[in-house]
Design a protein. Structure first.
Length: 431
């Protein structure tokens, strides 16, 4: 049996690597990696390396995925992250560093509220989870605006909790490092793209093969105008796009998929002269509702070969609260650069060597398991498995996507084994 895998990002590649079946990988682009790709820019001062925003490998909740990456040169790093609050940098996580805030009333309130935080509470939505976990003072000063800017949604009670809390232990843990205190990153100048490159080794990828339509009843799909038969599909494209592509889909499923919420994104990559303020920071969170970005990070502070000596390769994650489409997003670039200069991450516009803005149609999928469970069940009963951050419709990271791919490959192998045993029993009985 051949399994058609849609997408050669980390999820599709991990599935193909783990699968015991024959696999055909279809990738609409001419390169692998999906969101986890990297690129280089040659300039007069040397070579800069960039990813699509920080792609740090946080493996703690799924250590088994490291087996898949055995042989890849991954270096461990300790997170040096900060929160820029009230014009000061506080070490992340803020629920520990708030004690350095100069306002005693603020410190007293946060302390009191953190002591009252209710760990047994059943959260009804994302806003509830943040308020119950951190108290109202930290919620109002950091979590509310930061999360709204990141997910592009003002009312956080519209977001489900999903599996966020159990996976990431974002609560008021006293553990200094928190859930992502250490992370891995490929050593050398490959950037995060070194991971998909490693996964793709020995796999045959069919590039420029875009799936444009799927038919469940006939079990056919259209790839670049050609009709192809399929038996099982593993899709990593966004779930709403996948459902929209199924020509004979149930109206109810289509209606559910149209209700799924997600954010668009824009990453602004910059190669700039190194400033003192950049120091050795990994990344910084920005809750200030007036700033047009929610996070800024520094690739070359983690892997120095990603920028020439005396320079830095950095990324800015821009908030979708300020744009509705690509044109509007790109128009924000000069304002964002001005804000970076005001903060001190860049001294002067003349010190910017290279910039690239990357617009993302899908950045964060806002989990809504009451709908996605129904959609996934429908698709799976037709032989279509939708996995990965965009396929499962969750805010997962690479390691969780890889684990999901690995688990599915094993599940399908068991299914095939049990089918072939049933066939054998049938043959024996009919003899
Ligand atoms: C800005 C940003 C920052 C992130 N930071 C981190 C981080 O620090 N750490 C971390 O672990 N994760 C991070 N992530 C998440 C990480 O990128 C994803 O978890 C992971 O890349 C998802 O991989 P995927 O293969 O499921 O999907 P994708 O990477 O989206 O790959 C899907 C592939 O399918 C292809 N495709 C789509 N439609 C079709 C079609 N119709 N036909 C054929 N091919 C198709 C696409 O071209 C693409 O190659 C970040 C993501 C973003 C956007």
């Amino acid at each position: 049996m051949t399994i058609h895998v849609i997408g050669a990002g980390v999820t599709g590649l991990s599935f193909a690597k783990a699968s015991k079946d024959e696999v055909t990988i279809l990738e609409s682009c001419e390169r692998i990696g999906g969101k986890a790709l990297s690129y280089k820019v040659e300039t007069s001062v040397g070579t800069f390396g960039f990813d699509v925003g920080g792609h740090w490998f946080h493996y703690q909740s799924t250590p088994a995925v490291l087996d898949i990456l055995q042989g890849l040169d991954l270096k461990a790093h300790t997170r040096k992250a900060f929160v820029y609050l009230h014009e000061r940098f506080f070490k992340f996580p803020i629920q520990q560093s708030y004690i350095w805030h100069p306002d005693e009333k603020f410190v007293g309130n946060v302390k009191k509220e953190l002591q009252l935080a209710n760990s047994d509470h059943e959260y009804t939505n994302y806003e509830d989870m943040l308020q119950q976990s951190y108290g109202l003072t930290l919620y109002e000063s950091f979590f509310k605006d930061y999360n709204s800017k990141m997910y592009g949604i003002h009312d956080l009670s519209e977001i489900g909790v999903g599996r966020f809390e159990t996976i990431r232990n974002v609560r008021t843990n006293t553990n200094v490092t928190g859930y992502n205190g250490d992370f891995l990153y490929p050593q050398g100048d490959t950037g995060a793209g070194g991971i998909p490159l490693f996964l793709a080794d020995h796999l045959q990828i069919n590039y420029n093969k875009k799936v444009t339509s799927i038919n469940i009843k006939n079990k056919t799909m259209i790839i670049n105008n050609a009709t192809v038969s399929w038996d099982t599909i593993v899709s990593t494209m966004p779930l709403n796009s996948l459902v929209g592509m199924v020509k004979d889909v149930d109206d109810h499923i289509l209606a559910l998929s149209k209700q799924l919420k997600f954010s668009k994104g824009m990453i602004l990559n910059l190669g700039v002269k190194k400033t003192r303020l950049q120091g050795d920071m990994s990344w910084v969170y920005f809750p200030d509702p007036h700033l047009h970005f929610y996070r800024v990070g520094f690739y070359s502070n983690v892997e120095s070969s990603l920028a020439p000596l005396g320079y830095c390769s950095m990324y800015v994650e821009c908030s979708p609260l300020f744009f509705g489409n690509k044109e509007e997003a790109l128009a924000l670039v000069p304002t964002i650069i001005k804000e970076l200069i005001e903060i001190g991450f860049i001294h002067h516009a003349d010190e910017i060597v290279t910039t690239k803005a990357i617009y993302l149609d899908h950045n964060y999928c806002l989990p809504d398991t009451s709908k996605t469970k129904v959609i996934h069940h429908y698709l799976e009963s037709a032989g279509i498995y939708s996995i990965g951050r965009y396929g499962s419709w969750h805010w997962s990271s690479q390691h969780e996507d890889m684990q999901q791919a690995w688990d599915l490959a094993n599940k399908l192998a068991l299914r095939d084994l049990s089918n072939s045993q049933k066939m054998r029993t049938k043959v024996i009985l009919s003899l």
